[in-house]
Every structure is written in structure tokens, then in C-alpha cells.
Design a binder for this molecule. Structure first.
Ligand code: DA2
Length: 389
């Protein structure tokens, strides 16, 4: 199983966390405490009582756990998509996988990230809100997320750590599907055919993907937070339904959208940075992430390959290559093109095409076989890639 996506997901998740932590602090306090009049009041009080550091309190545990959770999400998403597209779209791997596949892969990533105990512990609002409690208030019951998790484990056993996990799964499974559909859709929309999405496209698509996911996630985010808090205003809930009904009767429909503005404001920068870092790392490591699920092994610069002709030879994801510009239908049989393959890092911005099957590459050796004319009939000219072998 390819692991690069897991590692890239881990690093980009950590970066996104730092970006979004101040927003998270505000969100947890607004969702779980009734003492603030709104976002600005909350911000002002945190800043007044705790200085700027108040927004970053208790970040050490989440930076490890969220990064790991993000690594599960991106790693599972990308590997699931590969499995899905390889089995049902074997001959169309150069194209954007269908939105159904992207959605299923995203939901799978979301479901598995939500199932991990780390995800639940990381999301424990008692730990979050109490580790960010204002000076002057009564001493907090928990000294931080790890202490909170350990205390809950001692008092309630392993089940306590999974309180609110039903809501967490309902929150994460479909929303992560929307997340990746939005991201891939926007990248596809604003990227010229055969090219990698630009940094701006990745930033904007990632930002909107984050917003789309949080728009759908907020109602269950509120329910989850309340269940994990063991109730609000000394009122413990008997279950998820009880939490939904009671919250609705006591506070109206608006309660399910508490933290919505802050979630969306946070989602844009966090996910813009997360996706940019993720894509950047995969490219630096030589894996083109376009189209998703279709990976391009990095090749030594100027390798010349003569791929063998094969009926299964299909256009797929591969790094940059170029071939003689006079390579026309007439000359194909006489002079098979040699392909100039370059590492994606070297050739970034110079044009991309996907004429080879990535799975095929592993069997290729320089000088091994020759392509036939039909192998190249659908391959587009590559703009800007002028090096001929
Ligand atoms: C529950 N939802 C909506 C998500 N997990 N959405 C994906 C965004 C993940 C990112 N680390 C973030 O915290 O925004």
C-alpha cells in the first residue's frame, strides 16, 4: 500500500492545525459555554485574560493526534480511490475519476478517521474547553487532553472515550465525501487539461472544500460536542436523539448552527494550507497527484524509454514526456518516438501528459520494445515541452 499519502497527510495536517487552532479555541468555547455574547466578545475576553497565547493553549497533543487523523484521512482516501478506479475504470485512469468514486473514497476516509480512538480523544471538548479555561475561574477538572482521556478512561472505562462517537461518525462520513468532491471538482474545473493545478487553484479549491465540509458538518459537530461534554447546564443526555430533541426544544433550530461562522472562517485557511502542503509534498517526492488516485513514479531526468507495444497500453498518469513534434501518423511506424521522461520537479510548469500506464512502467526497461502507432493516437501534443531526444 502506498504510504506517501499518509506521510504527506500527516505533515499537512499538522500545518493546518497550527493555522486553525485559534479558531478552534473560539469554537469550542462558543459551543460549550454560555458566557459569551458572540465571537468578538469571546475573542476579546480570551485576549484580555490570557493574551495571544490563550488562543494556542493545549496545542501539543492535537498537533500529534490531528496530524495522525489527517494522515488516516488522506492515506485511506487516496488508496481507496486507487482501488476503486483500478477495478472499475482501468482503461480511463487518465481521466478524473467519477464523482461517485471520489465521494465513496472520501466517505471511507472520513469513516475510518472517525473510528480511530485518537480522533475521539482529540475531539474531547471537556479537555479542550478546560485546558483553555480563563484564569480566575475555578480550577479545571482536567489538565489537558491526555489527562482528560485518562480520567474518563478510569471513571467510565473504554466506553467513555467513545462517547459521542456515533455523532462523530455521522459528522465525518458524508462530509469528507463532500470535501474531496469539492476539492477535486474545483481543481478539475480550473486546471487546463493535462496540467497540474496551480498553487492558487489548490489553495482556493482546498479552502472551499473545507467550507463545504464544515457547512454540512456543523449540526453534528454541535451534537457531538454536547454529548462529549456530558450535557450542557448540568443536563446529561440519554443518547444522541435525546441530545438533538432537548437542544432543539430548549434553544431552537439555531443551536445546530452554533459555531457555523467560526467553522467556515477557520475552514478556508486551514484547508487551503493543508491541501497546498499535501500536493506540494507529493510533487516534490515525485508523485503527481493529477488525476487523483493515479500516481506517477519519479523518473531520472532524461531517461529515454521505448515502451513495448501492448493491447493494454492505455493513456494514464505519468510524468512529463515529450516526443518529436514531427511525429505524425505517417512517420509512426518508421521512427518510433523515444520518450523523454523527466522528474516532475524538474519539469513542473512545462507541460504534462499521461501516455503510459503507470502500472506498466515497473516492467519497462530502457530499450525494451517499441510502441506502435495506435499507442499514441490519443496522446495530445504537450505545449511547452520542446526537448526531443
Ligand atoms: C469534520 N469535518 C468537516 C472535517 N473533518 N473536514 C475536513 C477538514 C479537515 C481539516 N483538518 C479541518 O479541520 O478543517
Amino acid at each position: 500500500m502506498p504510504v506517501e499519502e499518509f506521510v504527506a497527510g500527516w505533515i499537512s495536517g499538522a500545518l493546518g492545525l497550527v493555522m486553525g487552532y485559534p479558531f478552534d479555541t473560539l469554537k469550542v468555547r462558543l459551543q460549550t459555554q454560555n458566557t459569551y455574547r458572540g465571537i468578538t466578545d469571546c475573542m476579546a475576553k480570551i485576549y484580555h485574560h490570557e493574551s495571544i497565547l490563550g488562543f494556542f493553549k493545549g496545542m501539543s497533543f492535537p498537533i500529534a493526534s490531528i496530524a495522525l487523523v489527517n494522515s488516516i484521512l488522506f492515506g485511506v482516501y487516496s488508496n481507496t480511490l486507487q482501488v476503486l478506479t483500478a477495478t472499475s475504470h482501468q482503461d480511463q485512469r487518465a481521466q478524473l475519476p467519477s464523482y461517485t468514486h471520489i465521494f465513496i473514497a472520501g466517505c471511507t476516509g472520513g469513516f475510518l478517521q472517525a473510528s480511530s480512538v485518537l480522533s475521539n480523544v482529540e475531539a474531547l471538548p471537556p479537555a479542550k474547553s478546560e485546558s483553555r479555561v480563563q484564569p480566575g475561574s475555578p480550577p479545571p477538572k482536567y489538565r489537558g487532553p491526555v489527562h482528560c482521556a485518562a480520567t474518563i478512561f478510569q471513571e467510565e472505562g473504554p466506553r467513555g472515550l467513545f462517547r459521542g462517537s456515533g455523532a462523530l461518525m455521522l459528522r465525518d462520513t458524508p462530509t469528507l465525501g463532500f470535501y474531496f468532491v469539492t476539492y477535486e471538482g474545483l481543481c478539475h474545473q480550473y486546471t487546463p487539461a493535462g496540467q497540474q493545478p496551480s498553487s492558487t487553484t489548490v489553495l482556493v479549491a482546498g479552502g472551499f472544500a473545507g467550507i463545504a465540509s464544515w457547512v454540512t458538518a456543523t449540526p453534528f459537530d454541535v451534537i457531538k460536542a454536547r454529548m462529549q461534554m456530558g450535557g450542557v447546564n448540568q443536563r446529561a443526555y440519554k443518547g444522541m436523539l435525546d441530545c438533538i430533541v432537548t437542544s432543539f426544544w430548549q434553544e431552537g433550530l439555531g443551536v445546530f448552527f452554533r459555531g457555523f461562522t467560526i467553522n467556515s472562517a477557520r475552514a478556508f485557511p486551514v484547508n487551503a494550507v493543508t491541501f497546498l502542503c499535501y500536493e506540494y509534498l507529493l510533487r516534490v517526492w515525485g508523485y503527481s497527484h493529477r488525476p487523483p488516485g493515479c500516481r506517477c513514479p519519479s523518473l531520472p531526468l532524461n531517461s529515454t524509454l521505448f515502451p513495448a507495444s501492448s493491447p493494454s497500453f492505455s493513456r494514464s498518469c505519468f510524468p512529463v514526456l515529450s516526443w518529436p513534434s514531427d511525429y505524425s501518423a505517417a512517420s509512426q511506424t518508421a521512427a518510433p518516438p523515444s520518450l523523454l521522461l523527466a522528474s516532475s520537479a524538474e519539469k513542473r510548469g512545462k507541460g504534462y501528459a499521461w501516455p503510459l500506464d503507470a502500472t506498466y512502467y515497473s516492467t519497462l526497461q530502457p530499450g525494451f520494445g517499441l510502441p506502435s502507432a495506435s499507442d499514441f493516437k490519443d496522446v495530445p501534443e504537450i505545449e511547452g515541452a520542446s526537448e526531443d531526444p
